[in-house]
Design a protein around this ligand. Structure first.
Ligand SMILES: Nc1nc2c(c(CN[C@H]3C=C[C@H](O)[C@@H]3O)cn2[C@@H]2O[C@H](COP(=O)(O)O)[C@@H](O)[C@H]2O)c(=O)[nH]1
Length: 317
């Protein structure tokens, strides 16, 4: 019996398909995917990382530190109607420009909710504020213990492999272990761990600390924006009960069948869209590139059309 190729990124896709094939609250409309691929007319708009101009970038190790902290906190903005991802990205960037030691490992270990709020100049409690502070302290402690305090050492330990970096992140930092149990099976999503790899790849344009020979293994990032876009396009279809919950902004609890099915079917649907695009056009495209296109074009559209996001209190997305 040959050794099964256990690689951490393939477990995400395997998990997503396992859920999609048993889902009862969410289904994937393959015909709708074909229609979207046709509409794309062989092109995927190129989305440059940091097209918004909100991220810190110095082409050096401090950028890796910034991105690890950013993606340690990159979740659950919706409970505060004014809070967006941009506030986090730009808040951390401005704090770093004002004092380039604010994200040092020993400093990260001292953050409390109020100190993080002050760092970001946010005028009131952040959603899940104490969890965010706890996750910062976790990152600071583990960086100090295992990587000389530097996220760049964590990245260099992966020797240019995205899969190896995902493995290192999920082994060393419990806060990034985005997995759950669905119908008795462990399901892996790893959204923030994967988005950290993609942010490095995007920020460094695939060079230096962003050079990953296997970046194609990274899946889309199961957040709460892309599912709303896919549902709007008819690619994700929800049961009447689930649709009603989401349309009336009822919270969907983390770990429920409904929440897991939304996230897993989103990953599976984007993978199928990618495969259909490749087979139709013969052009290679990465799930990361499709994700950035869906997220960056979908987000303003979702806000403009007031597409309802699903609301889950979670540290995972
Ligand atoms: N699938 C996916 N989800 C993403 C991102 C990004 C930012 N990626 C950077 C990469 C290139 C650009 O330069 C972007 O700046 C954030 N999110 C998620 O969205 C939600 C925030 O929404 P709102 O509350 O409206 O700000 C929240 O769950 C957050 O985790 C992405 O790329 N893909």
């Amino acid at each position: 019996m040959g050794k099964t190729n256990y690689d951490i990124a393939s477990v995400v896709l395997t998990s997503a398909e396992w859920v999609a094939s048993r889902a009862t609250h969410v289904s994937i409309n393959t015909a709708a995917i074909a229609k979207v691929v046709e509409r794309m007319d062989g092109e995927i708009p190129t989305v440059m990382w940091d097209f918004e101009g909100i991220h810190f970038f110095d082409n050096g190790p401090l950028t890796a530190q910034y991105l690890l902290v950013l993606d340690a906190l990159n979740f659950c903005f919706w409970p505060d109607e004014e809070l967006q991802y941009d506030h986090l990205a730009e808040g951390l960037k401005n704090a770093l420009l004002a004092d380039d030691t604010v994200l040092d490992a020993h400093r990260l270990q001292s953050y409390t909710g109020p100190k993080l709020r002050e760092l970001l100049h946010w005028p009131r409690n952040l959603p899940l504020e104490e969890e965010r502070a706890r996750l910062l302290r976790e990152v600071g402690a583990e960086l100090e213990k295992s990587f000389g305090g530097k996220a760049s050492n964590l990245v260099l330990s992966a020797k240019g492999s995205a899969v190896a970096l995902l493995d290192l992140i999920t082994r060393h930092f419990p806060g990034f272990r985005d997995s759950c149990v669905y119908k008795g099976h462990q399901i892996f999503i790893y959204k923030r761990a994967q988005i950290f790899v993609a942010d490095l790849w995007g920020a460094f344009k695939g060079q230096g600390l962003g050079a990953f020979k296997d970046i194609a293994c990274i899946t889309m990032f199961a957040d709460y924006v892309v599912p709303a876009v896919l549902r709007h396009w008819g690619i994700l279809e929800y049961s009447p009960k689930l649709a009603n919950s989401i349309d009336s902004y009822q919270e969907i609890a983390a770990g429920t069948e409904e929440e897991v099915e939304i996230r897993a079917c989103t990953i599976a649907a984007v993978e199928r869209l990618r495969e259909q695009f490749v087979s139709r056009t013969g052009k290679e495209v990465l799930s990361v590139q499709i994700d950035w296109w869906l997220w960056s074009s979908g987000l303003p559209r979702a806000l403009e059309l007031e597409l309802p996001f699903h609301h889950t209190l979670t540290i995972n997305y």
